[in-house]
Design a protein around this ligand. Structure first.
Ligand SMILES: [Zn+2]
Length: 237
């Protein structure tokens, strides 16, 4: 029951994260107003029965009921990923770590999507990620190696950002710190390795087999989920 509850909660929170992903980078929009979701194309208010996480997208066959314009597949995707992340988190035995992982997973989804579209990570998600990382560090009894790992990974990424100007930004450096403090020394480098490999694969696919050094890569899009995955595994074993 606890696990099912988490899945449903994750889907509902995913629905809210979609709002954040759309409104946060668009500074003229407020996160809280309007409270009801509207279709970005025609502006029609979306009825509650058309706003059920994951399901509504399929019931509406991906189209707005009012204007018929297609709804981005990102909406059900974010809700499903969020539901699965909360389901996975529900297996974490420590309550504080569980809450931290829920916070981090939510931030990771937002950072991943916004960085992909805008090549920037919002400050508020970085601050909340640090809160989550710090709480996990606290629950482990403040091991000094976690701090060393976080600092080393931050330095490495910062250095990489100077050498290679293709997309590593300040946001990524701050983010690896939040992850590193939570996961530990060796694990920080697992996170860097996993996110670098997936970012290179993405760049290769996008460049049709070629690596263009001038191409901008949304590194946070890969760093945030890699960090979450290692944080999760780290908290389960
Ligand atoms: Zn519409």
């Amino acid at each position: 029951m606890w696990h099912l509850l988490n899945f449903v909660l994750g889907a509902i929170i995913g629905s809210f994260l979609n709002v954040v992903i759309y409104r946060l980078p668009r500074s003229h929009l407020s996160i809280l107003k309007p409270a009801r979701s509207i279709c970005p194309k025609c502006g029609a208010q979306i009825a509650w029965y058309d706003n059920i996480p994951i399901l509504s997208y399929f019931i509406l066959r991906g189209k707005c009921r009012n204007c018929g314009s297609s709804i981005s597949v990102r909406y059900p995707l974010v809700e499903t990923v969020s539901a699965l992340a909360y389901l996975a988190n529900s297996f974490v035995p420590n309550l504080v770590v569980y809450l931290s992982l829920c916070l981090f997973a939510s931030c990771a989804i937002v950072m991943s999507c916004i960085d992909f579209e805008f090549l920037a990570i919002p400050d508020v998600t970085l601050v909340l990620s640090w809160v989550a990382g710090f709480l996990v560090w606290w629950m482990k009894g403040f091991p000094v190696w976690n701090a060393v790992g976080a600092a080393a990974a931050m330095f490495l990424l910062w250095l990489l950002g100077i050498v290679y100007r293709g997309g590593m930004g300040e946001g990524d450096v701050v983010l690896i710190g939040a992850i590193g403090i939570g996961v530990g020394f060796i694990e920080s480098f697992y996170v860097l390795l996993a996110s670098s490999v997936s970012a290179i694969i993405y760049a290769l696919v996008k460049g049709k087999g070629r690596l263009d050094p001038k191409q901008k890569i949304p590194f946070g899009t890969f760093l945030a989920p890699a960090g979450y995955a290692i944080l999760l595994v780290n908290s389960l074993v």
